[in-house]
Design a protein around this ligand. Structure first.
Ligand SMILES: Cc1ncc(COP(=O)(O)O)c(C=O)c1O
Length: 374
């Protein structure tokens, strides 16, 4: 193990270092795109959309301004009607249920399971005559058990839209997160595994009619001839961002492998500590291929541990500012979700990204061990 004296701090996310690690390439892309004056709906966007669709094995990938807009467009294109209820896990970003509200629907929060994802056992109790759809959130780079969710949908005549904002590349039984439902949505927010230099997102679908509608919605309701055929929005993935994303995407497999090796290392160094519950280790379940957008642990005396790590220069984060969606009283979701609430007393994310090295993770693990040994 590394010695406890470690020369540098380890921020939770180090944007500056991430840029510096590929600065030459990125500056070259900026120069190229700016020299071509190629800003809105240009070739780089089309190329990135094609590469994304090929990678996922879907018919359509549509770049949008951010994943939140992508979800709104997906609900609208899927025909969500005013008052339709959509079941979602409360352990998510507010963007997931907000997208339902902005499409006229009513979000209904349910609990999460021990893997921090939607608990299929809680879904049926939340179904009412108004329920229309389920929105699994493929959180932390892991895909929910989509067999169970699909089986519930089939029995109750519901459809799925996946919030895969955190799960590009994650798979369940070999199939990619985002490709199970009528549409799936990814975020390219800077801290995402595939992150751009601002906001960005994409919607994927195999449904031609939905794809056509989502193309209209992202571009003022205009069709390819420039005719405005419905009220739309302005939410296109910038061409410059698409060019950056396309370059990163070329070695996406390496990026994922780095995250998986960090997860394996945390498991190796921390797996025996009774005070912690770690995420499932890579390859611990043949049905799941996890990409570790986040490494979200549960910890006894979480806040004490967090302060200890902070004093050592190690950044950590509690998702969504420390509350599940139903705990924001202003949203009036009025759910009582004991598993999610107890998770939020204990959850903490450790550094997990391309600029965190295995040595860094060893040092983090050593500091955690030191805290519980004291
Ligand atoms: C689970 C989840 N859903 C939706 C979003 C919204 O994505 P965006 O910021 O691209 O709108 C995020 C972003 O953090 C997310 O983590």
């Amino acid at each position: 193990m590394a010695t406890v004296a470690y020369p540098k701090s380890i921020p939770f996310f180090n944007y500056k270092q991430a840029f510096a690690s590929r600065e030459g390439e990125y500056v070259e892309i900026f120069r190229d795109v700016l020299r071509r004056g190629a800003f809105i709906q240009q070739q780089d966007l089309a190329d990135f959309e094609r590469h994304l669709a090929e990678y996922l094995g879907v018919r359509h990938a549509i770049g949008v301004g951010n994943a939140t807009d992508g979800l709104v467009f997906a609900w609208r294109a899927a025909g969500l009607r005013p008052g339709d209820e959509v079941i979602f896990p409360s352990h998510t970003m507010v963007a997931s249920p907000a997208s339902v509200v902005h499409a006229g629907g009513v979000p209904v929060a349910v609990d999460c399971g021990s893997d921090h994802l939607i608990d299929p056992d809680t879904i049926e109790a939340a179904i009412t005559p108004r329920t229309r759809a389920i929105m699994p959130v493929q959180l932390n780079g892991r895909t929910a058990n989509m067999d169970r969710i699909q089986e519930i949908c089939d029995r109750h005549g519901l459809f799925v839209i996946e919030d895969s904002a955190q799960a590009l590349g994650s798979r369940f039984k070999g199939r990619f997160a985002g490709t199970f439902g009528r549409a799936g949505v990814y975020s390219f927010y800077p801290a995402k595994i595939l992150g751009c230099f601002g906001d960005g997102g994409a919607i994927v679908t195999n449904d031609d009619t939905m794809a056509q509608r989502m193309h209209l919605l992202r571009d003022h309701g205009r069709n390819q001839e420039g005719e405005v055929v419905e009220w739309g929005f302005n939410s296109r993935l910038d061409n410059l961002q698409a060019a950056i994303l396309d370059r990163q995407f070329a070695n996406y497999g390496d990026i994922i492998e780095h995250r998986r090796s960090l997860a394996a290392r945390y498991e190796d160094r921390l797996g025996d500590l009774p005070q912690l519950q770690l995420p499932p280790a890579p390859d611990s379940d043949p049905d799941h291929f996890d990409v570790y957008q986040n490494y979200e642990i549960q910890a006894d005396d979480r806040d004490g541990l967090r302060n200890h790590l902070k004093a050592k220069g190690i950044g950590t984060l509690i998702q969504w500012g420390g509350k599940a969606v139903h705990q924001f009283s202003g949203l009036k979701l009025r759910a009582s979700l004991p598993k999610t609430e107890s998770l939020f007393q204990r959850c903490l994310m450790l550094p997990m990204n391309t600029v965190v090295s295995l040595d860094d993770s060893d040092y983090i693990s050593e500091c955690i061990r030191q805290y519980y040994a004291a």
